[in-house]
Design a protein around this ligand. Structure first.
Ligand code: FES
Length: 328
């Protein structure tokens, strides 16, 4: 039987199944929609082995030359290695702003209706672009198939170029583009009995809120601790919604860490450590981290804090693979 290699894992293919089915069956979140070769949301690239010519019909010749193909159309007859598409090649769909709602002085909620529905995972980062081509990644708060619209939270205090455009200029019925994205990072049924620790900063709380809702929707059994780090008082939002989830389920524990302007790094670190020390069963927990990661500058406060938390958690967890840093 032929084998499919993806992200350094090899899968035996059942009965000439497609690349898409084989990856989905093995727990990979591959974007897809029509499964009929029309929407191109499942675009992938072969790094060795030949994709079926049928799976390249309708693609730009330059993409075919680079080994791109449609995963839903590519039956596997011989061994093949595949990878995610380059970010600039991923399919974009126009999305209409169906709702724009103020959640706090500094945070708005966007609910988008994409021109074509495609599969995504709550909590993963997706790329939004405006008509001037400015693109940024935001974690998605909605659950695919459960929520009718895709939901994102945007902070006015954010340092992303698109934040201010969305906050100040974008209106309901305007258009954005949403781009498909692959993720290895999402809630999985195998975590259902584990305790979860979700840590998010400012409006990236959207991702933690999405994953929290998805876990509860899938009948998560373990406790879920959500830590929201607020770098400004106005990034405090979603309190009522989270407390409602806790009332319904009784297994959601919520901690806020509000950091006032001018707080020294050492003081922030002590506060974080104190919170982490107070968590029961942390060493066995599955931890997810959402921080604005667009800026690679390690002196940038968010990046410094994210790497500091990562290091602390890795020291405290039984296995550092229990820590999942969410990224696009
Ligand atoms: S899912 Fe639409 S082309 Fe593959």
């Amino acid at each position: 039987m032929a084998e499919l290699n993806f992200l350094n894992k090899t899968y035996t293919v059942d009965d000439y199944d497609t690349v898409l089915n084989t990856l989905l069956k093995n727990g990979h979140a591959v974007p897809n929609a029509c499964r009929g070769g029309h929407c191109h949301s499942c675009l992938m690239r072969a790094t060795s082995g030949q994709p079926m010519p049928f799976s390249q019909l309708g693609l730009d010749p330059s993409l075919v030359e680079e080994g791109y193909f449609l995963a839903c159309q590519c039956m596997i007859y011989a061994d093949i290695n595949v990878c995610v598409p380059d970010k600039d090649k991923r399919t974009r769909f126009t999305a209409m702003v169906a709702e724009k709602t103020q959640l706090s002085d500094q945070v708005v909620r966007l609910r988008l209706q994409p021109a074509r529905d495609f599969a995504y995972k709550a909590g993963q980062y997706l790329t939004l672009s405006n008509t001037d081509g400015i693109s940024e990644d935001y974690p998605v708060a909605s659950i695919h198939l459960e929520d009718a619209l895709m939901e994102f939270h945007i902070s006015k205090d954010g340092n992303k170029k698109l934040d201010h455009y969305i906050f100040e200029q974008l209106d309901e019925n305007d258009a954005l583009e949403v781009q498909t994205a692959f993720t290895e990072y999402h809630y999985q049924q195998q975590y259902s009995t584990e305790d979860l620790l979700l840590i998010a900063c400012d409006a990236d709380l959207a991702g933690a809120y999405g994953l929290l809702r998805e876990a509860l929707h899938l009948q998560h059994q373990g406790n879920i601790h959500l830590l929201h780090i607020q770098r400004t008082p106005s990034s405090r939002y979603l309190m009522a919604e989270i407390s409602e989830l806790n009332k319904e389920q009784g297994k959601v524990h919520f901690t806020e860490l509000a950091i006032s302007a001018g707080t020294q790094d050492d003081d922030i670190n002590s506060m974080l450590q104190e919170i982490l020390n107070g968590l029961e069963n942390l060493n066995n927990s599955r931890c997810f981290l959402w921080f604005d990661h667009n800026n690679e500058d390690q002196s940038e406060p968010n990046n410094k804090m994210a790497s500091n938390i990562s290091e602390r958690l890795k020291d405290m967890l039984d296995d550092e693979n229990q820590l999942i840093t969410m990224k696009a």
